[in-house]
Design a binder for this molecule. Structure first.
Ligand SMILES: [Zn+2]
Length: 186
């Protein structure tokens, strides 16, 4: 994507180097955007001019790491470069949608990136669909096995019942024979 978090320390002290690093964020920042800074005189909380070339400085609410992102990242959810937690980029007071307007070239580059991401997402969807199909197949197999096992245990229960019933009848017959034998001995 075009927006990327940076740690301010990476930009170094040299001003031209800092501007160069800022231009590098997202890779499509036009060099003349810097020259247009603060044209209309609006400023943020820290007294810095707000426009499309501004960066947003903020601290990660999870780990406190100092972060910098291009103003176009305002309001987006990004991942902290330090702790990896998802964080929402603060929206500077006074920021207007017009500040975020991009040139046709930047929009085209964005569209190309989105198409590429979409194509990767399509591939991922196909992979996931295969995984789902394979899991459903596995579930069907397991359900069949469970049903067969259930049938077996019901059948074993029935057989056991038959055995017990027969055993009862045998006991009654044996008692009868014993009684007859006892009468014979009298
Ligand atoms: Zn963090």
């Amino acid at each position: 994507m075009g927006l990327q978090l940076e740690s301010p320390s990476r930009n170094g002290g040299d001003m031209s180097q800092t501007e160069h690093a800022k231009s590098g964020v997202g890779g499509e920042e036009p060099a003349d955007a810097v020259a247009l800074a603060s044209e209309d005189g609006r400023i943020d909380d820290h007294g810095n001019p707000i426009d499309a070339s501004s960066d947003i400085d903020f601290d990660c609410p999870h780990c406190g790491h100092q972060l910098v992102i291009n103003v176009r990242g305002a309001g987006l959810t990004v991942v902290c470069t330090e702790c990896g937690e998802p964080i929402q980029v603060p929206i500077p007071d006074g920021l207007e949608i017009a500040d975020l307007d991009e040139t046709p070239e930047q929009m085209f580059a964005q569209i190309v990136r989105l198409r590429s991401a979409l194509s990767h997402a399509d591939e991922r969807i196909v992979d996931l669909e295969h995984a789902v199909a394979s899991l459903m197949e596995r579930r069907t197999t397991l359900e069949r096995a469970r049903l067969a096992s259930l049938h077996r245990s019901v059948e074993m229960g029935n057989l056991l019942h038959t055995v017990l019933k027969n055993q009862n009848e045998i006991t009654i017959v044996v008692q009868r024979i014993m009684a007859l034998l006892a009468e014979e001995e009298k």
